[in-house]
Design a protein around this ligand. Structure first.
Ligand SMILES: Nc1ncnc2c1ncn2[C@@H]1O[C@H](COP(=O)(O)OP(=O)(O)O)[C@@H](O)[C@H]1O
Ligand SMILES: [Mg+2]
Length: 340
């Protein structure tokens, strides 16, 4: 029995770009799937296909038990979507935007009003409720868009990078809201560029790159594959990199990565704070001066390095504006490599 969100072999090309290259997903009812990947990985395209906004070239998708390609209208009634690009009406106030959504879903005017009020409060928009959305900051729009997606609570929800552009406080708050939603039985597919976020919210994680799922598992499983925590050291002088590298190699559980221009060395470790203290003593004993040292949890980049042997490609699309040029080039290069 497929889950509440199911996809098999989704392929979607845009000209030269293979945005989806055979994506398979299966999200059990009442759980959260984190679709984790860098810019251009195919996250938004996956969400657009599953939410009926885009037809794939091939493949199969079933959402809430309904075939997405055969019955898109029925699927639309069963899902909620918060897009990567806030879809609010600029000329309406925050309050009006939310009430309008309620009315679109055939809520009674009074109920729509009460729900709008509650969401404005929850998303810290009460003070700005009667201003038109075009006066809102990016973060405020983002919150309004999320609030709009929550006016009704559909059984299946999609959130595309819901916290991109939010400050830490609003991010935390949104995490809380998402957790409540899921506790209430909602199935959620969430895309993110942050392992930390997927870690916090998702039962299962699919790591995507170049339109393919390159790894799946729980956060713990993925982290185990990356070797867990890291010690990160910035040495004071470039000529101390070699010495520091030797020290880290002795304490590390995997390969040390070195970033010469920032004089930063990173190595996966186990042993936490105690080990960190030992590393500091050893560096000090060898007279290696450090500018900064710390223990940190793996990032998406670490997951990538351990899965693919290289860092997640950084394209010019750092702000997620969908700029395809640099990416199309990257993809062409990748295909060439494969062909060789
Ligand atoms: N409408 C489109 N036209 C051309 N290329 C597109 C279009 N939408 C997405 N792409 C390309 O498909 C790839 C995947 O994009 P997307 O799904 O938006 O990635 P993500 O959301 O993971 O950043 C990228 O290379 C992107 O540039
Ligand atoms: Mg996207």
């Amino acid at each position: 029995m497929p889950g509440a969100i199911y996809a098999e072999g989704l392929v979607k090309t845009f000209g030269d770009v293979r945005a989806l290259d055979g994506v398979d997903l299966d999200v059990p009812e009442g759980t959260v799937l984190g679709l984790l990947g860098p810019n251009g990985a195919g996250k938004t395209t996956t969400v657009r296909v599953l939410t009926t906004l885009l037809r794939p070239d091939s493949g199969k998708a079933v959402v809430a038990g309904i075939d997405v390609l055969k019955h898109p209208n029925e699927v639309r009634r069963a899902i909620g979507l918060s897009g990567q690009f806030a879809a609010v009406d600029e000329y309406l106030t925050g309050r009006e935007n939310l009430q309008m959504v309620g009315q679109l879903y055939q809520m009674k005017a009074k109920a729509a009003k009460a729900r709008a009020e509650e969401l404005l409060e929850r998303f810290n928009l009460s003070d700005a409720a009667d201003r038109t959305a075009k006066t809102y900051s990016g973060g405020m729009r983002r919150r309004l868009d999320l609030a709009a997606a929550l006016v009704v609570s559909p059984p299946v929800m999609f959130m595309d990078e819901p916290t991109t552009g939010l400050d830490p406080r609003n991010r935390q708050q949104l995490w809380g809201i998402i957790q409540e939603l899921v506790a209430g039985g909602t199935t959620l597919l969430l895309t993110t560029q942050y392992l930390e976020e997927a870690d916090h919210l998702a039962h299962d994680i699919c790591v995507v790159d170049h339109g393919k799922v390159i790894a799946r598992g729980t956060s713990d499983q993925l982290k185990a594959r990356t070797g867990g925590e890291r010690v990160e050291v910035v040495v004071h002088e470039r000529d101390q990199i070699a010495g520091a590298s030797e020290v880290l190699a002795a304490f590390g559980k995997g390969e040390t990565t070195v970033e010469h221009h920032t004089r930063k060395l990173t190595v996966p470790v186990s042993g936490g704070a105690k080990l960190l203290a030992e590393v500091i003593r050893e560096l000090d004993g060898r007279g290696i001066e450090i500018d900064d040292i710390g223990l940190r949890r793996p990032t998406l980049d670490d997951v990538f390095i351990s899965l693919t042997g290289h860092a997640a490609e950084r394209t010019t699309d750092e702000n997620g504006d969908g700029e395809p040029v640099a990416d199309a080039k990257g993809r062409k290069a990748a295909r060439k490599e494969k062909a060789q």
